[in-house]
Design a protein around this ligand. Structure first.
Ligand SMILES: NC(=O)c1ccc[n+]([C@@H]2O[C@H](COP(=O)([O-])OP(=O)(O)OC[C@H]3O[C@@H](n4cnc5c(N)ncnc54)[C@H](OP(=O)(O)O)[C@@H]3O)[C@@H](O)[C@H]2O)c1
Length: 230
């Protein structure tokens, strides 16, 4: 039977590819988007409209969604690209709303609406462990990792909660602005001498949703080419 997945960030990059691969597998995707036309591009018959910059709006939208679903995949996210001393308070607040607070409230509002055997998969980042230039972004992903543990214990044994922590993923809007020579320099420092590809993150997500992921919960899966070992 076709499964049903809520996918945030479905308008671009990793989330869009995850949505497409799930549809290709014969499942229904309910995109969580800011613009209805982004759901229409996926040919979705229903969608959730909300802006993660507004946590109250996000919570209401997820509370109003009746379910049931088999998974919630959170691939919405933003970066600032600045060190903390160049970051305005409002920008940190906005980033935390999008990357941490709204995803947490969304998960909370889905309580009882995810079928037993289902899963929540939250996109994290290598930078949660390794740090990096964008302090606010890194801290938001650290928060997501702790939330994953906390929620996994509460939702077991029915629902698994898993993180995926890629290093740099090429081919998304988030990495599009980076200088090519900068990327080449970073690549040389990675043991596997490569970045993750969008399709690889999607494949990992689909794998974790299936039988291969049946014993995985509370964990954050590294996809960083050996760039950070913990
Ligand atoms: N790319 C990387 O190198 C990398 C590495 C590690 C982790 N990640 C994580 O992977 C996830 C996906 O990133 P990506 O690389 O695919 O980036 P992307 O191409 O920029 O996609 C980001 C997605 O987040 C959505 N989004 C942004 N602000 C939102 C808001 N206020 N409300 C609702 N949705 C919002 C965007 O929707 P709109 O079209 O409406 O803006 C878009 O669908 C993020 O959580 C990111 O932190 C990425």
């Amino acid at each position: 039977m076709a499964r049903i997945h809520l996918v945030s960030g479905a308008s671009s990059g990793i989330g869009a590819r995850i949505a497409e691969e799930l549809q290709r597998a014969g499942d229904e995707v309910v995109p969580v988007v800011r613009r209805a036309e982004d759901a229409a591009k996926l040919g979705a018959t229903r969608h959730l409209l909300c802006d993660f910059a507004d946590p109250a709006q996000t919570q209401s939208a997820f509370q109003a969604f009746a379910g049931p679903v088999d998974s919630f995949i959170n691939a919405a996210g933003i970066a600032i690209g600045k060190a903390i001393w160049d970051t305005a308070p409002g920008d940190i607040g906005n980033l935390m709303n999008v990357n941490l607070i709204s995803p947490m409230l969304a998960c909370g509002a889905l309580r009882g609406k995810i079928n037993p055997g289902g899963a929540i998969i939250l996109l994290s980042s290598q930078s949660a462990y390794r740090g990096g230039w964008d302090d606010a972004y890194n801290a938001s992903k650290g928060g997501i990792n702790t939330f994953i543990k906390s929620l996994a214990m509460k939702l077991a044994p029915d629902v698994r909660v898993i993180g995926i922590a890629p290093g740099i993923v090429i081919g998304t809007r988030m990495t599009a602005g980076r200088q090519q020579n900068d990327l080449e320099r970073i690549k040389e420092t990675i043991p596997l001498k490569r970045f993750a590809e969008v399709g690889e993150v999607a494949a990992m997500t689909l794998s974790l949703l299936g039988p291969a992921g049946a014993n995985v919960t509370g964990a954050v899966i590294d996809m960083n080419g050996g760039n950070y070992l913990r």
